[in-house]
Design a protein around this ligand. Structure first.
Ligand SMILES: [Ca+2]
Ligand SMILES: [Ca+2]
Ligand SMILES: [Ca+2]
Ligand SMILES: [Ca+2]
Length: 363
């Protein structure tokens, strides 16, 4: 029983990170339970067109390229901000609503002897980036499987603010220990969560928390990738670590495995994979309320993962449901299948090397 080394490929641009040492506490306001929309930097409940500079340009500043959605509510009124925040190859972008203003903040996690979350309000005007808070959280490392993983963030206490969190693998049991700081109370918790013992060469992926039972609190989310590529998903209670859902769904050799979100509109997160080896690509969405799966063609696929569209997360039409959406590098254009009306829209944005910020799992 051993772990496959996490390798970089088209579907995983980044690595797992670094371990817990100390925490800086914040008092919290529990009155605002409104959950901010993912990648909504401007606070209008629509995900914005969000890119980062080339993730392989190690040592360069991470350039955040945000174009408001819709880009042009009236002619010549596009809202564009391009700001540097973090260091490529060192920092992991973790843009979420940590502050609780229903806007996404600029945020990165920096592994180190003591890991650090850096958080800055998105500068909507002409001003520069001002760091609002630095949270010492987790422990550092060189980006290996044993390092803490900031993809574990989620709103686990249900107050509408993202909680700082990392997951850390136990290399003996191959289960995860999640370290979570409640944004509502400032208290730390430690939760054991994982899949039953397994054999063979596997990969484990940690995803942002997602709310599967619609109670307003995110659940912990893991996926186990078997040697033959089969993906087993597990979601568990963020307080007790008890498993709530397990589902074999998707195959890593043919699919991008995407952070679960509510695609069906019932306030419960659904499992989703994008089969990029078919052309057009196919979005398989498992409605967790009924355990039924739909297949929707959207985006360019490629049997060899060459030149295919990159699936992205977000609610681009602002109806509260996640949209099927892709970014096409060949013409630097976002394409969205609007959940509100089935229509499609697109937005050209970005240039060579730019990569959409919508994280689709561990990268
Ligand atoms: Ca929270
Ligand atoms: Ca929940
Ligand atoms: Ca759902
Ligand atoms: Ca939507």
């Amino acid at each position: 029983m051993f772990l496959k080394k996490i390798t970089e490929n088209l579907r995983s641009f980044f690595t797992i990170f670094a371990v817990l040492t100390a925490v800086l506490l914040y008092s919290a306001n529990t009155t605002n339970a409104q959950r901010g929309t993912y990648l909504d930097f401007t606070g209008d409940n629509k995900s914005d067109w969000a890119l980062r500079s080339d993730p392989t340009a190690t040592g360069t500043p991470i350039s955040w390229k945000i174009l408001r959605n819709p880009a042009s509510p009236v002619p010549n009124q596009a809202f564009i901000r391009i700001v540097n925040f973090g260091v490529t190859g060192t920092d992991v972008p973790t843009p979420r609503d940590f502050i609780g203003d229903s806007k996404t903040e600029l945020a990165v996690y920096r592994p180190g002897t003591a890991g650090l979350f850096f958080v800055a309000p998105f500068p909507e005007g002409t001003g520069g980036v001002i760091i609002d808070r630095v949270i010492q959280f987790g422990r550092g490392g060189a980006g290996t499987i044993t390092d803490d993983n900031p993809d574990a963030t989620g709103d686990y206490d249900g107050d509408g603010k993202i909680d700082y969190a990392v997951s850390r693998i136990n290399t003996t049991t191959l289960r995860m220990t999640y370290y979570i700081m409640s944004s509502a109370t400032g208290t730390m918790s430690q939760v054991d969560f994982g899949l039953p013992p397994f054999t063979g060469s596997v990969q484990l992926r940690v995803f942002n928390g997602a709310d599967f039972n619609g109670d307003g609190r995110d659940e912990l989310v893991l996926a186990l990738i078997a040697e033959n590529g089969d993906v087993t998903w597990s979601a568990g209670d963020a307080i007790t670590g008890a498993e709530m859902i397990r589902l074999q769904f998707g195959n890593f050799d043919t699919d991008y495995i995407i952070t679960p979100a509510n695609y069906t509109g019932d306030s419960r997160a659904d499992f989703v994979v994008f089969r990029a080896t078919l052309n057009p690509g196919v979005w398989f969405i498992n409605d967790t309320a009924t355990n039924t799966t739909t297949a929707t063609q959207f985006g360019i696929g490629s049997p060899t993962f060459a030149g295919n569209d990159f699936p992205i997360r977000g609610d681009y039409d602002g109806d509260g449901r996640q949209d099927i959406a892709v970014y096409r590098n060949s013409n630097n254009t976002f394409y969205v299948l609007q959940s509100s009306n089935g229509g499609q829209n697109g937005q050209t944005w970005g240039g060579t090397g730019d990569t959409p910020l919508g994280r689709i799992g561990t990268f």
